[in-house]
Design a protein around this ligand. Structure first.
Ligand SMILES: [Zn+2]
Length: 148
């Protein structure tokens, strides 16, 4: 459950498959590179929706009304979960950084070099993104110079 080296965060996503829009889909998203995927535990049930989309022109429904979703069990599979995708923001990044530093302390304590190395990489990815987002919040969107 990794992509650019940051940590995937669990959330509920709204996903469109053909003409079908499905809300409350268990989803994993990377707060840094934005890569996302359907939570592997429900992927099989989501495939049924993909098959349905070939026969239904348009529909809207909640995933957890048509499939059995054990939210508590899903939330236990990831260290971080936010119910709303909008909450994947600076505050969450700061929490992920804290979490990574805690783990790094544990890795150092265990003298687990491989784990510590992975955590150093994760930290640098998260910290770079955190700085970018803070700069963005202060300056606003980048504007193209008038004359290029
Ligand atoms: Zn990523």
């Amino acid at each position: 459950m990794q992509c650019c080296g940051a940590l995937m965060v669990g959330t509920k996503a709204k996903i469109q498959v053909g003409g079908i829009v499905v809300a409350n889909v268990p989803f994993l998203v990377c707060p840094v590179c934005g890569r996302g995927e359907i939570h592997p535990k429900v992927y099989g049930e989501f495939e049924i929706i993909e098959e349905m989309s070939e026969h239904i022109e348009s529909a809207f429904f909640y995933f957890d009304e048509v499939a059995t979703v054990d939210w508590d069990a899903l939330k236990e599979t990831v260290p971080f979960w936010v119910d709303d995708e909008e909450e994947v923001d600076e505050r969450l990044l700061a929490e992920l950084i804290d979490h990574t530093l805690d783990l790094y302390g544990a890795a150092e304590h265990l003298a687990d070099e491989a784990w510590a190395g992975e955590l150093r990489r994760r930290f640098s990815v998260l910290a770079a993104r955190y700085r970018d987002r803070l700069a963005f919040a202060e300056k606003g969107p980048y504007e193209e110079p008038a004359n290029g």
